[in-house]
Ligand binder design. Structure first.
Ligand SMILES: [Zn+2]
Length: 205
């Protein structure tokens, strides 16, 4: 594939099928199929298996910073959130930022996607990022045990909230981030009513 400078500045081909001119053609938008994941002490809904089109779109957004993919991704997040009825919760909670990734990207994907997803709601809940209590390694480089160790007791909920919350993260791999998010909310006396992830890539390793 030939890449010109203009393509880098204005990505002009679909991230999924590589046909010009849109960053994502309508026919390449995948259809969510929401499923409940097992092994958590709170409900976890996932919109996609992390593969194929959704994997390419998420990578384009998070790793290539193609912000034009935020709108279609936000719409897919809205589909998953709809399943838990987001308006009944006092807030949607997103993970504490990894500072290194945040500096590299200049944005917080999970937080931005949720904010985009709830734009159309009549009664949108607040969107709150957890704070980090220490520096985190990028989870993507780590194995299952290392991930759990890396993220354990690393997040804190600073806001005072009355009702139950829903947790959101973009991609779930081992579930250690989501479990830490739940622990942080409960430590602040806040009930976790449900959680959603856009895509899951649970594997046995
Ligand atoms: Zn396409």
């Amino acid at each position: 594939m030939h890449i010109s400078l203009l393509d880098i500045v204005f990505p002009a081909a679909c991230i999924v099928c590589d046909i010009k001119p849109k960053p994502l053609c309508r026919t390449c938008v995948p259809i969510a199929s929401v499923s409940e994941l097992q092994g958590f002490d709170f409900p976890v809904l996932a919109g996609f298996r992390h593969e194929g089109a959704i994997e390419k779109i998420i990578a384009g957004y998070k790793d290539q910073q193609l912000v034009s993919l935020e709108k279609p991704l936000g719409e897919l997040v809205a589909e998953v959130l709809k399943e838990v009825g987001p308006s009944q919760f006092s807030a949607i909670i997103t993970p504490a930022r990894n500072q290194k990734n945040y500096r590299k990207r200049g944005f917080d994907p999970a937080n931005r996607l949720v904010k985009r997803a709830i734009r159309g709601l009549a009664k949108p809940p607040k969107v709150i990022s957890l704070s980090s209590t220490r520096k985190l390694e990028d989870q993507r480089r780590l194995g299952r045990l290392e991930r759990a160790r890396n993220v354990a007791a690393s997040m804190r909920l600073d806001s005072k909230l009355s009702g139950p919350v829903v947790l959101f993260d973009d991609v779930l791999t081992t579930g250690s981030t989501l479990r830490e998010m739940a622990r942080a909310c409960r430590a602040a006396g806040v009930e976790v009513g449900a959680s959603c992830v856009l895509a899951e890539r649970i594997s046995i390793f």
